[in-house]
Design a protein around this ligand. Sequence first.
Ligand code: ZN
Length: 271
Amino acid sequence: MSAPRRALVLTPALALLVACTAAGPVAPDPSAVAPTSTPVTPSGTPAADPTPAPERIVVLDPGHNGGNGRAGTEITRQVPDGRGGAKACNTTGTSTDAGYPEHAFAWDLASRVRAPLEAAGVTVVLTRGSDDGVGPCVDERGRAGQEAGADLVVSLHADGAAARGRGFHVAYSSPPLDAAQSGPAVDLARDLRDALRAGGFPPSDYTGRDGLSARPDLAGLNFATVPAALVECGNMRNAEEAAVLSSAEGRERYATAIAEGIRTFLTGLSS
Ligand code: ZN
């Protein structure tokens, strides 16, 4: 049935996971995800410690990809949506009116979120290794968390809504399809929402509620069996918000807030 195709599809994505973590311990086989010789904390937890502090692994999923626009056939092919239906492998994403593309925003943002997490000893895995490739498809992105043995997944996007709307929203899979989606994913979404709001970003005034959005249609969330949430940082079609999304300073502010939300969730796992 679908097994051979799935194996073929997954291989390039896993290659990306490896390629983008040159210094990290992540390997395609989940059984190989456990730390080996790479120190995972700045303080240098001894590898031989029989009860080391748990290694924390975070998957960051920068939305879309820079090559999607020239790969129409590949990108529009139908893949499972996680609820018995199908949807396009991926999309090109949106852009500001000035032409700053969402995929570039997401890629830059991912590197900015990654840095403070790694500085705190967290292993970070990205779902794509560059901003000029194609895909991966949304179903592959949705499985990336469990394949990396991750504690959580955060997908990074910006929206392309009507120009008057502004504000962020954080989506989670609903109705839930597994234990992670039934509670922990909502907690993650709330932690991200709270951190963004504390960082001075307004919740969306055009979709969701209080900065949260329950979504049945996002395959990248539907397939996750670890806590997963998708952040739409703002509306690229809103002039005021586009200015923030387009600036390095603005992206750094988003990244600081998102990393803080992730840290809050990880701290909850340890307590
Ligand atoms: Zn997007």
